[in-house]
Structures are given as C-alpha cells and as structure tokens.
Design a protein around this ligand. Sequence first.
Ligand code: DAT
Length: 176
Amino acid sequence: MARTNPNIIVTGTPGVGKTTHAEQLARSLGFKHISVNQIVKDEGFHEGKDEETGSWIVDEEKLLDYLEETDLSALGGHILDWHACDLFPERWIDLVIVLRCDSTTLYDRLTARGYKGKKLEENMDSEIMQVLLDEAREGYREEIVVELRSDKVEDVDGNVERVEGWVEGWRRDNPK
Ligand code: DAT
C-alpha cells in the first residue's frame, strides 16, 4: 500500500456526532475532512430530494468519480464523513469508525435539528437497529471496523485520543 497516512470513514446515523468527530480528528491529525453531504450538495451529485424524508437522492456514480479524481486513495490522510459507508471501495479505506448514540440522546439531537415525522422515525429506527454498524461489517474486513460511543462530550475527546493512537500504530506498520 503506497499511502503514507490512513484513510478513515466516520459513519453513523444522522446526529450521532460524525461532523463533530471528523472536524476534531482532521484538526488533531492534520488530515483532510471530506464532508460527503457537503460535496453532494455543492457539486449537485443528486437527483433532488426525497419528498417524504427531505434527504438527498445521491448520484453515487458521480460522487465516486469525483472522489476518485481527488486521488485520496493514493494520498491517504482523509476523513470521510457520511451517513452511509458501503459505497467506498475497500482498497481506499484503512479504518471504519461507526459512531453510536443512546436513543433518547439521539431523539433530542434530531428534534433540535428540526427532524420530525417520517424522517425522525426512520433515523431513530436506523440507530436502534444498528443499520450502519451492520452495513460497515458487511462492507469491510471485520478488523478495520470499530464501534465508538458518542453520547457525551467527553466521549469525543476519548475517541479522538484512541484514533490518534491507532494512526500512530498504522504508521509504524506501514513505514514509508
Ligand atoms: P452528525 O454529523 O452525525 O449528523 P453532528 O456532529 O452534527 O452529527 O452532531 C449533532 C449534534 O449533537 C450537534 O449539536 C453536536 C452534538 N453532539 C455530537 N456528538 C456529541 C457528543 N459525543 N456529546 C455531546 N454532544 C454531541
């Protein structure tokens, strides 16, 4: 593997803390934060919004082509932040972090964000049914998938420290 830094996916149900973690990780590691949602919006990689849920209907092919062109696979040092993960080719990825959150806490975060009705319900169900964890486990080698709690503010610091340690280990195992 040619890259000198690992690529990391931060995934989970909306509201679990992906952006919070990805920003802090990017800052402390000096990595690039790729907010996939932002790219989809900015670059128009979608076919509008789902009427019922208000979520983007993503054109995954365009998104992947765009990411491929950034050469992130060869460069490494990217934090991919998205509420889905199985579309990223495994050869791009060194670690998949699935953030998890207590359902009452998630309910409060999502309602504060204005989610209601079907959108709120679907995301709550998704967290309770651990949909993203299963997706990650099905899509990637078991040993690169890690589940981390994101209930409290202190969890973020602990998780970031843990990932920093993991990155150091990765660098030792993958010398330049
Ligand atoms: P996501 O990107 O997964 O949608 P976010 O990072 O935007 O989530 O966080 C949603 C809200 O919850 C935001 O107000 C920050 C807060 N939050 C996230 N992780 C937290 C944590 N571990 N402890 C306390 N608040 C957290």
